[in-house]
Design a protein around this ligand. Structure first.
Ligand code: SAM
Length: 254
């Protein structure tokens, strides 16, 4: 699994520079309005990462917020000074079904921020099947997908990202040292590997890197999976939402 061992420490710095948390909150507020999710609705952020987005949701008055994620390093960044969330669990999506007997059914379950690409569609089929069971009638599943482009040979590629090129993302602090953070992509067997390279400013530090992998699938394939696990096709929507770089897929249990 992508464990975000090193990236967890700089995730907030990257997110702040891109206003990522605020944009994701905006996406959620739009969806809450669309699907009539009220302040008393039960909400699960199933890829909560550092918990910042769930916190913003909570601070807007949605007080029944639960958090889960599979990466200990990301969960260690969640603000736990006061217990603002209902409950929190370290849980891989493959075992997400364990949460519902414990926490009950939900009105809204979301995996946002380009998260589900970390799993292949075969695994997501099981995960979304478990979430379907864990939703109340009328409950909504939400995730987002990358906008892969069709290549000339009919496959999908990341537009503009050629393998092997170092792209400067930004400066970050890691262990109180300043680094230039680059990324570099490669492709193998339906996956994009992204190597995040921490390049030190000081000559006394060494460079290091962490690699994350993203599965390449289209929104159409993701929709097929939702239909397979039981969501009625007319309950599934694919949305473009202002300033959010990914397509947002929603499915409602009838
Ligand atoms: C890009 S981060 C997004 C975090 C958060 N949703 C946000 O937008 O700030 C992706 C998250 O998905 C989690 N993740 C990836 N694969 C997972 C899996 N198989 N089970 C549980 N969590 C997983 C990672 O641990 C990480 O926290």
């Amino acid at each position: 699994m992508n464990d975000y061992e090193k990236l967890s420490e700089v995730f907030r710095q990257i997110a702040d520079a891109r206003k990522h948390f605020e944009k994701e909150l905006y996406v959620l507020l739009v969806l809450f309005e669309m699907f009539k999710i009220g302040k008393d609705s039960k909400i699960l952020d199933a890829a909560c990462g550092t918990g910042d987005v769930a916190r913003l949701v909570h601070d807007r008055g949605y007080h029944k917020v639960f958090l889960s994620d599979g990466a200990k390093s990301m969960l260690s960044m969640v603000d736990k000074a006061e217990k603002w969330y209902e409950d929190i669990a370290e849980k891989r999506w493959e075992e997400i079904g364990d949460l519902f007997p414990r926490w009950g059914k939900f009105d809204f379950v979301y995996f946002l921020g380009n998260s589900v690409a970390h799993s292949p569609l075969s695994v997501l089929e099981e995960v979304f099947g478990s979430v379907y069971e864990g939703l109340n009638g009328g409950g909504v599943l939400v995730f987002d997908v990358r906008r892969w482009k069709k290549s000339s040979d009919g496959g999908l590629v990341d537009g503009g990202r050629e393998p092997g090129i170092w792209r400067l993302l930004q400066k970050v602090y890691y262990d109180n040292e300043k680094y230039l953070l680059f990324d570099k992509v490669s492709y193998k067997g339906g996956e994009q590997r992204v190597e995040y390279i921490f390049f030190p400013e000081s000559s006394s530090c060494n460079s290091f890197c962490e690699t994350l992998s993203y599965h390449i699938f289209s929104w159409e394939d993701a929709v097929d999976v939702l239909e397979k696990v039981g969501f009625p096709s007319d309950s599934i929507k694919v949305l473009e939402i202002q300033e959010w770089p990914y397509l947002v897929v929603t499915a409602r249990k009838m």
